[in-house]
Design a binder for this molecule. Structure first.
Ligand code: NAD
Length: 439
């Protein structure tokens, strides 16, 4: 099949590379010339494990190409995916749909059909209806159908998720459109990935409901972690004890500094906006958003408390800046809030991340970035583990302790057993268990 993907970001590039790996002919379009130029030279614009070789293999096989020329990119395509960003609109939290509608207009101006136009971007309920209206108005004669196909991949595990999804959701109003989408996903379908075909509006809502539920699970265990600290329980044991219940499940029950990233923060806000617009309030999600916002800043205050009496003039090294491991994505990362709180208190902040430092630099201009965790920790008063990269899971704590000024170790991911941290000469502070009396 011939497939065009408009928007070559995390989702568009991974989708395009995977579709081409299934044997489809794929053109990825982006208006960012630097990005397309880099891709044509074999340079990946994002860090995503396995992506470089996957792209190279399919480009070499002649199945994957990149262009800034949308009309050429969509020519003869049977499926045209819209995978542009839908960030929060400034002011009200609604999803900013200007990129999606902009692309819909560009497609409409060129469309001959027959083709399905597929929104893979996360878009509020009813967006597909508007895309359809745009197409019908500008290209009344074209045989084209508008389909919703939300994407559930996780950054850091995107290729595996795309190739082995828990489910594929397709929202289609017409049988012809559903049939083309079955063809697109046939290689996965043969792998027995459940294909759920729904109405377009249901598909659009499934994506938001899924993200809001996951954000709720994270926020729930984070609040339980606070309660554990207050009552002398241990959140990891509590999480395991509830997660082993098959009705609950163990995933997304790791207490931490609050969710961030390119999806949960903006998608929960957009869902609330939809709920408000339709007079169907989602009070649980409202609470989740508030609790999570407060938590990120509370983590900064936790570090300040760990520093002791006067934070001004102290030095703190943050290890792991991206919102989660295996990505360089800094969007809404908790590290940003923690830096703000620390700097407001007069603390000098340093940072290290295996992959995201280039992205982090403009977002935290006063933070001094170091080439490795030990250099960042040298002479620091506290080290804070913010993101649990593999490379940060086996730090030589004795080496840290030997070069730090005040040996405070704040583990916001519960990676290190407190006893080990203390045995190596550092004072442990963490989440979800009461501070150690002798720590
Ligand atoms: N990142 C994720 O993990 C993830 C997961 C699931 C769903 N989503 C959703 O997928 C969508 C895309 O997210 P992303 O993280 O890939 O975004 P991104 O910001 O990484 O990429 C979007 C790309 O679209 C391009 N673009 C914008 N307007 C364009 C136009 N008119 N023509 C051509 N290209 C254009 C931009 O230049 C950019 O490269 C969003 O709706 C997001 O919510 C993201």
């Amino acid at each position: 099949m011939r497939i065009a993907i408009i928007g070559t970001g995390y989702v568009g590039l991974v989708s395009g590379a995977c579709f081409s790996d299934f044997g489809h002919d794929v053109v990825c379009v982006d208006k960012d010339e630097a990005k397309i130029d880099a891709l044509e030279r074999g340079v990946m614009p994002i860090f995503e494990p396995g992506l470089g070789p996957l792209v190279a293999r399919n480009v070499a096989a002649g199945r994957l190409a990149f262009t800034t020329d949308l009309p050429a990119g969509i020519r003869d395509a049977e499926a045209i995916f819209i995978a542009v960003g839908t960030p929060s609109r400034r002011g009200d939290g609604h999803a900013d749909l200007s990129y999606v509608y902009g692309v819909a207009n560009e497609i409409a101006a060129e469309l001959k059909g027959p083709a399905v136009i597929v929104t893979k971007s996360t878009v509020p309920v009813g967006t597909g209806d508007e895309v359809e209206r745009i197409l019908r108005e500008a290209a009344p004669g074209a045989r084209a159908w508008v389909v919703s196909n939300p994407e559930f991949l996780r950054e850091g595990a995107a290729i595996e998720d795309f190739k082995h999804p828990d489910r594929i959701v397709i929202g289609a109003e017409d049988e012809e459109a559903a049939e083309i989408m079955r063809e697109v996903y046939r290689p996965l379908y043969l792998n027995k990935a459940p294909l759920l075909i729904t109405t377009r509006r249901s598909a659009e809502l499934i994506k938001y409901a899924a993200n809001a539920f996951l954000a709720t699970k994270i926020t729930f265990i984070n609040e339980i972690a606070d309660l554990c600290e207050a009552v002398g329980a241990e959140v990891q044991d509590v999480a395991r004890g509830i997660g082993l219940d098959g009705r609950i499940g163990a995933k997304f029950l790791h207490a931490g500094p609050g969710y961030g990233g390119s999806c949960f923060p903006k998608d929960t806000l957009a869902l609330l906006k939809t709920a408000e617009d339709h007079h169907a309030p989602l009070r649980i999600v409202e609470a989740v958003v508030k609790v999570n916002d407060a938590r990120k800043r509370a983590m900064g205050r936790k570090v300040i408390r760990a520093l002791g009496a006067e934070p001004r003039g102290k030095i703190v090294a943050l290890l792991g800046l991206a919102f989660k491991p295996n990505t360089d994505d800094m969007r809404d990362a908790p590290s940003l809030d923690i830096v703000q709180v620390l700097e407001d208190a007069g603390v000098s902040v340093r940072g290290y991340d295996p992959e995201s430092m280039e992205q982090a630099r403009p977002l935290m201009p006063n933070v001094e970035l170091f080439a490795n965790p030990y250099a960042a920790a040298q002479g620091a008063d506290a080290v804070v583990l913010v993101t649990e990269w593999d490379a940060l899971r086996a730090l030589d704590l004795k080496r840290l302790a030997a070069t730090m000024r005040q040996g405070v170790f704040v583990d916001l991911r519960n990676v290190y057993p407190p006893e080990d941290v203390e045995a190596d000469g550092l004072a442990w502070h963490g989440i979800g268990r009461a501070p150690r009396k002798d720590g």
